[in-house]
Write a protein that binds this ligand. Structure first.
Ligand code: ZN
Length: 185
């Protein structure tokens, strides 16, 4: 396994539409392993392949491992890890009711906003072993899956905000990047 670099906004690759994967092979499993390692190290609870520069329709999630209501010792966190891998995920039905969560994104560091999304979604995908699976996701998992599938379409959560709010965030991130560039030797 290896850590990969997470791309941050603004970056043209994040706006690319990812392509469907033909099947799950060893190389793709290696990508998913790397993505999980990168996500846990970030730390985050979800990551799409395009966020590490790979335009394939692959996402990984683990919505429980950072649950602060339970023990926070590192050992316990390892035990509680429940990684989920989705290849070619597709939402085949959505609830008409919305739920609102404050969302952040590893590609939009330090920025958070309340976003409304359908509170349930029926998702179809291939798992880590290439087996076809489907289930109805609810609550935070439904939000996370929709956020990650948006990445596969080149959509970021800030796209749901007003033009003004979005441009303020992009400006801030651009400035942060310029400051970072200055200390590269
Ligand atoms: Zn994201």
């Amino acid at each position: 396994m290896a850590l990969r670099e997470i791309l941050t906004e603004p970056n043209k690759l994040l706006r690319e539409k990812s392509l469907a994967v033909e099947g799950v092979d060893e190389d793709l499993q290696k990508l998913m392993n790397d993505m999980l390692e990168t996500m846990y190290a970030a730390p985050g609870i979800g990551l799409a392949a395009i966020q590490v520069g790979v335009p394939k329709r692959v996402i990984v999630l683990d919505i429980r491992w950072r649950d602060k209501s339970e023990s926070t010792s590192d050992e316990k966190q390892v035990e509680r890890k429940n990684p989920m891998c989705f290849v070619n995920p597709e939402i085949i039905a959505k609830s008409t009711n919305n739920s609102i969560y404050e969302e952040g994104c590893l590609s939009v560091p330090g920025q958070f906003a309340e976003i409304a999304r359908p509170d349930k979604c029926h998702v179809k995908y291939l798992d880590y072993y290439g087996q076809p699976k489907e289930f109805v996701a609810e609550g935070m998992l439904a939000t996370c899956i929709q956020h990650e599938i948006d990445h596969l379409e080149g959509i970021l959560f800030i796209d749901y905000l007003s033009k003004l709010k979005k441009s303020m965030i992009v400006k801030k991130l651009t400035k942060q990047k310029e400051q970072l560039d200055r200390i590269v030797i």
